[in-house]
Design a protein around this ligand. Sequence first.
Ligand SMILES: Nc1ncnc2c1ncn2[C@@H]1O[C@H](COP(=O)(O)OP(=O)(O)OP(=O)(O)O)[C@@H](O)[C@H]1O
Length: 368
Amino acid sequence: MALIRFDGVAHSYSGHAEKPADYALQPMNFSWDDGGAYALLGPSGCGKSTLLNICSGLLKPSEGRVFFGDRDVTDLSPERRNIAQVFQFPVLYDSMSVYDNLAFPLRNRKVQRSHIDRRVREVAEMLDLGSVLKRRASGLGAELKQKISMGRGLVRDDTSAILFDEPLTVIDPQLKWRLRRQLKEVHKQFSHTMIYVTHDQIEALTFADKVVVMSDGEIVQVGTPQELFERPEHTFVGFFIGSPGMNFIECRIDGDSAVIGERRVSLSASQANAAAQAGSGDFKLGIRPEFVEAARPGEGFAARVTAVADMGEFHLVTADLDGNELKIKLPDAHAHIQDDTLHVQFPSEWLCLYHNERLIGHEVEVAA
Ligand SMILES: Nc1ncnc2c1ncn2[C@@H]1O[C@H](COP(=O)(O)OP(=O)(O)OP(=O)(O)O)[C@@H](O)[C@H]1O
């Protein structure tokens, strides 16, 4: 069931938008399903906070309506939307005990004492806070404080959704993994709708079942981590996800082939059909560094190697192919490089075709 629905929602901070550049958030139709674990991922300034604030009610969109279920909440305040929010920095009462901090959102809503006690202990156990329940929050470190903030978001079981806005910013990198895993466990157990905003792809991919990727005020793909990796629907997603990101090679289309320089790469029937229908514009082939294979000398494409970095588990080769920079991950690069030349091939199952930056010729999941 679609729990949160954005119906023609757009936002311009100036209040009057005439062209795309006037919008911080481009007009969008989009929804989050009930009980889903979502990440909202994109670089700084792409519109994540704007979308999150429209969802929580801190900001009213300049266009469109927001629905929670069948209810139009566009004009409702954050309090009346029943949303819990966890911010970058801990929000708690230093003078209270950990227990009282966790109980606060429930006491505020006059929940029965026995229910409060059960819920606080449940959440404390999930977040490993059981042993500090009696301690005052003031003496605790940043990680524990942020866990309490998360616990305060999780403790109510009647929230429409919990929004996490870069919640691990203050957490030591070593501890981030643990906290994220705990959050995922909590999601499995409690089944709240969770929306987790981050600019860090690792955080997004390890937390979410579905990742919403934003660029320039637009949602460019909604997909599972695997879908984003294997079939980026936009060159931005290919470039932004992965380390390093996807390779893009400029090409032209000739019948059922993509032509790079003098050499041809066979396209699948659906890619060739889509290319024929697409007409003019820019075409690019996309392939992940993980999927480029070394070919025997004389076969495939000859790429001029400009650097080889030993990454321990693999070599990361940087090479030039007809003016396109290629990154290639190989376990044994030196065995294949001769006179600064590496012959490479692109397995057809991993080759994506882009027309004007959009994936074509693949069955893609349409954003709900
Ligand atoms: N109050 C505001 N007034 C005017 N412009 C704003 C305001 N808040 C954000 N913007 C602009 O709207 C665009 C989207 O900003 P937003 O904060 O939503 O992005 P973000 O992805 O959350 O970035 P970050 O990760 O840095 O917080 C940016 O161009 C930003 O400069």
